[in-house]
Design a protein around this ligand. Structure first.
Ligand code: ZN
Length: 950
């Protein structure tokens, strides 16, 4: 790559060019024993694969060759960025292992196993000395991460000796394939190259790499590419992506705020051991490279230093790219800084720095034609107006508009290759590392000061801590909440005696979160009510996540500074277990239904025993046993051990209680998934798997086969696709079948289901089968947007579903819902009239009451029909956390409808009671349907005189 064509200032990077212009130089380094030469083949191929001369920088247009050190081509057979070549995960690992075996500058650590048992690793690259003393550097960072352990003088001394770890991660999203290829070349370059920029990086920074954050999805996507993508041409695409990435989720592995997925949890565990001050996640969604700088709405809890650091690095990158003559690099105007749930946020949540790129690219390795919008057409993004993902995907054009944050947009038509993607990604990352290598001490100092500030602000700010009171009805949700906080490294203690604070008196054993701790900001972010800073701004993901509300658990925010001095026993274990209690020795037990999600697990673990549920509460001695509680007889030893293990509460009964009760039969459950939208189904599957609830995952193939009632009692249709039409007709057929099947050649396909043709959906034929299922006595449960399906296709004839106005905007706020039918089994375990629920942008439901629509409305509105089990009061007053714009639009809209149909029934949730791994408080509304599916009754309508409020 010649520099002559560009008007670029000639300084640091010129040295790279000069050094490599001598085709042979002796290495200065003792660890690269061989002679460094230039890889002429690389240079020629890369020039050929780069579609435009301004799509490459002098940082990456060459590659050194070192005898004895394997380059990616030596192991993979081709250079990184070769057209039509994608690398399977095993080969990626093979490359890093070969590199590590050949160089003392590389070390690989195992951090766990993926869902499908692939090795999860982190690859460290640095100078010989950095890698030799890696554990020492880890200790330094751990000390800076917890300033309570060191004096300011010691901190200065540590900063002088320490090196920042800069973590890079690719392949979180399996269809964003480029970065995982690029990182191999980067690792090699960092080991092999002798140039001022790389030498400074190697000397001053320790680079750590997640080669592929979702390796299961990587392999499936690579299979899919070789099966279909590789032969696609413009206008001739299959129109379908691979049905699964990871076992459960697609993009949501970047929204897994509670680190439910094992790949995410493993990385978090690693993070808390190594404390890299910077975590940089590499994605592909924007043109040509977007570098995150933390735009509004911003979470005000995070340190102002961070908000200075983010644009500083992004702007440095933007300027460097411009200097290299590469267009299309921009910042701002895409992802905002509100939700703390993105994976790399683990860094900023722990006083480090989240970084993110979105690089132009696709799901495969074909060169594609890009047609960017007319730069004169307008449509740029205003300050802080973060667009939604769909608008961005559809509106590439606006990325051709010049803005203050996009001084040099890419425009026009051109080809874009995988190597172009590599060039941009690698140039960006080397530039970020260059910056870090020039200011390593500033980065370390900032990390230390942010950690110190977190402790100090915790002491100074209004909120001094949180109390999670002991003695709550259901302590299993408290156990989970505590464990989720512990997972993120947040310190808690248990009060050694009763605690008296301005906010109230709390029993001994209550969990105390004091804010004078390094992760005090994170504790507040997770536990507080989200007060959205500016309702006119959009946000890229959820507006609310308040853990207490999501769990429907009592968590008290405390301003009283005395909380900082409450004597506690620190919770030292990573996971606590609060054992259940069993009073008496049986043989007849009442297991109280206090709303624990573990009730369903208990039933399943004791599936061979007779279990009944009481339909009303009753007294047993001092104890009140609520409706829904289980009466279990037989095998007292097992009952006792399960109840204790599952954290439940049981008492012995002398005899069966004299209240109405029913057998808790276990239904045969199916969960229906389209082929086109498996992720939200995946979250429900995940919850069912975690609570040991068995089900069959079924697709259109099974539905069309018919006779569903013979096989299933309950079919759950999780939210998916957005509309009823999408649910029914799913992926468009473009004239040829698209098969998803395992074969010798594609062994990662056909997992979690197989299909000869994933297109076409269940069709009207499938709808008819669902109707037969319900009419024959089946229970159909639809969640979120799947509830359009029974409403619009007539399975729930009395229910209609509308959409909110375009002005309505509800990015996952937590709102109040009012229970209208507390007697319904769905609410067993719920003891309050109103509950906090996540609002999920499902349908606005109405239930026809049979009144003549041409009559005038009665003066006193009729009572809500019995089929409406729960509704949203609506209005701003009932938004408990986050943002809902136009909250009046949902006023008194049903949240859950239970409508009989034929011998069966359809239960429609307007919301999603099983959202990600988050709204645990709502899970039981779904689990209760499963447990009591054949004991649901519909009472006669209430007389008009008992009219409820309008
Ligand atoms: Zn992505």
């Amino acid at each position: 790559m010649s520099l002559g064509r560009r008007l670029v200032p000639v300084f640091s990077f010129l040295a790279v060019v000069l050094v490599l212009a001598n085709s042979t130089i002796s290495s200065q380094s003792p660890s690269t024993k061989g002679v460094i030469t230039r890889d002429d083949d690389f240079q020629a191929r890369v020039k050929e694969w780069t579609t435009r001369p301004d799509f490459i920088s002098p940082l990456v247009d060459h590659l050194p060759k070192v005898a004895g050190l394997p380059s990616p081509k030596d192991v993979l057979g081709h250079h990184v960025g070769a057209p039509k070549k994608l690398t399977y995960y095993a080969d990626i690992l093979r490359y890093y292992r070969a590199l590590a075996a050949a160089s003392p500058r590389v070390k690989i650590v195992s951090i766990g196993k993926s869902n499908e048992n692939r090795d999860l690793v982190v690859v460290f690259v640095g100078s010989d000395q950095s890698i030799k003393d890696l554990t020492q550097y880890r200790t330094y960072l751990a000390q800076l991460a917890d300033p309570r352990t060191i004096t300011p003088e010691q901190a200065a001394d540590i900063i002088a000796k320490a090196k920042p770890i800069y973590h890079l991660s690719g392949g979180l999203h399996s269809a964003e394939v480029g970065p995982s290829e690029m990182l191999m070349e980067l690792a090699y370059r960092l080991v092999a190259e002798d140039s001022p920029i790389i030498n400074a990086i190697r000397e001053n920074v320790i680079v750590s790499i997640t080669p592929v954050a979702d390796p299961d999805g990587r392999d499936r996507n690579v299979d899919w590419y070789y099966k279909y993508g590789i032969s696609e041409t413009e206008g001739q695409t299959t129109g379908a992506g691979v049905p699964y990435w990871g076992k459960y989720v697609f993009h949501d592995d970047n929204r897994d705020i509670n680190y439910s997925q094992v790949e995410m949890r493993s990385l978090l565990d690693w993070y808390l051991e190594w404390h890299p001050p910077i975590m940089h996640d590499l994605h592909q969604a924007q043109t040509l490279l977007y570098t995150f700088s933390g735009q509004a709405p911003q979470n005000p809890n995070l340190d102002p230093i961070l908000y200075g650091e983010l644009p500083m690095m992004a702007n440095f990158e933007m300027a460097q790219f411009a200097k290299y003559g590469m267009p299309g690099v921009w910042t701002h105007g895409f992802v905002d800084m509100w939700s703390p749930g993105y994976l790399a946020f683990m860094s900023s949540n722990h006083n480090g720095m989240i970084r993110m790129y979105e690089i132009q690219g696709g799901s495969g390795a074909n060169t594609q034609k890009l047609r960017l919008g007319n730069p004169n057409a307008g449509g740029g993004r205003g300050l802080g107006a973060a667009p939604d993902a769909a608008a961005n995907a559809a509106g590439r054009g606006n990325q051709s508009v010049r803005e203050w944050y996009r001084p040099w947009p890419a425009t026009g038509e051109f080809d874009w290759s995988l190597r172009d993607n590599t060039n941009y990604g690698e140039t960006g990352v080397i530039t970020a590392l260059q910056y870090t290598s020039q200011f390593p001490k500033i980065i370390l100092e900032n990390f230390y000061v942010k950690s110190r500030n977190s402790i100090e602000t915790g002491r100074k700010e209004t909120v001094a801590g949180y109390v999670i009171p002991a003695g709550q009805r259901d302590m299993t949700r408290i156990e989970r909440l505590v464990n989720l906080l512990r997972l993120q490294g947040i310190e808690l203690g248990r009060a050694t005696s009763e605690v008296k604070l301005q906010e109230g008196t709390f029993p001994a054993g209550s969990f105390i979160v004091k804010r004078d701790q390094p992760y005090s900001r994170l504790a507040k972010i997770l536990l507080e009510k989200q007060v959205y800073p500016d309702p006119s701004l959009r946000t890229y993901d959820d507006a609310a996540w308040t853990m207490g509300l999501m769990s429907q658990a009592d968590v008290k925010e405390i301003a009283d500074k005395k909380i900082l001095d409450v004597p506690v026993t620190p919770v030292s274990e990573k996971e606590i277990h609060l054992a259940g209690s069993v009073r008496g020795s049986g043989p007849l037990f009442a297991v109280a239904d206090y709303g624990s999600n573990n009730m369903i697990t208990l039933r399943l673990h004791l599936k061979d025993l007779k279990v009944q549920a009481v339909e009303q509460e009753f007294k047993q001695g001092e104890a009140t046993v609520p409706a829904g509680s289980f009466i279990i007889s037989g095998d007292p030893g097992r009952v006792k051990s399960e109840v204790e293990k599952l954290g439940l509460t049981a008492v012995t009964l002398p005899a069966a209680p004299q209240v109405a009760s029913h057998d808790v039969d276990l239904p045969r459950i199916a969960m229906f998934s389209t082929w086109g939208n498996t992720q939200d189904v995946g979250w429900v599957r995940y919850a069912f798997d975690r609570f040991d609830v068995p089900y069959d995952l079924i697709y259109k193939e099974r539905v069309r086969k018919g006779d569903l009632k013979a096989a299933y009692d309950v079919i759950i249709v999780p939210t998916q696709g957005g509309t009823a039409k999408r649910l029914v007709f799913d992926i468009e057929n473009r004239g040829r079948p698209i098969e998803y099947k395992k074969s010798d050649m594609f062994k990662f396909l056909g997992v979690y289901g197989e299909s000869d043709d994933i297109t076409g959906g269940m069709g009207i034929e499938g709808v008819a089968q669902f109707e037969k299922f319900v009419k024959a006595g089946g229970v159909l449960v639809t969640l979120g947007t799947a509830s359009y399906f029974p409403a619009e296709f007539g399975l729930a004839p009395r229910v209609d579903a509308a959409r909110a106005s375009p002005q309505f905007y509800a990015p996952g706020p937590i709102v109040e819902a009012e229970i209208l039918r507390p007697d319904h089994p769905i609410f067993y375990g719920y003891d309050k009239k109103t509950v906090p629920v996540r609002y999920a942008n499902g349908p606005l439901l109405t239930v026809q009451t049979g009144t003549n629509p041409f009559e005038e409305a009665p003066a006193v509105p009729p009572p809500p029909p019995q089929s409406i089990l729960m509704r949203y009061p609506g209005g701003d007053d009932h938004v408990l956390s986050g943002l809902m714009r136009g909250a009046a639009e949902i006023r008194n809209r049903p949240a859950i409808v239970d409508t009989p149909s034929g011998k069966g029934r359809v239960i429609l949730f307007a919301g999603n009671p099983c959202y990600r791994w988050q709204n645990f408080g709502e899970f039981n509304m779904l689990f209760n349907v499963v447990l009591h599916y054949n004991d649901i009754k519909t009472p006669p309508e209430r007389p008009a005189s008992t009219a409820a409020q309008p």
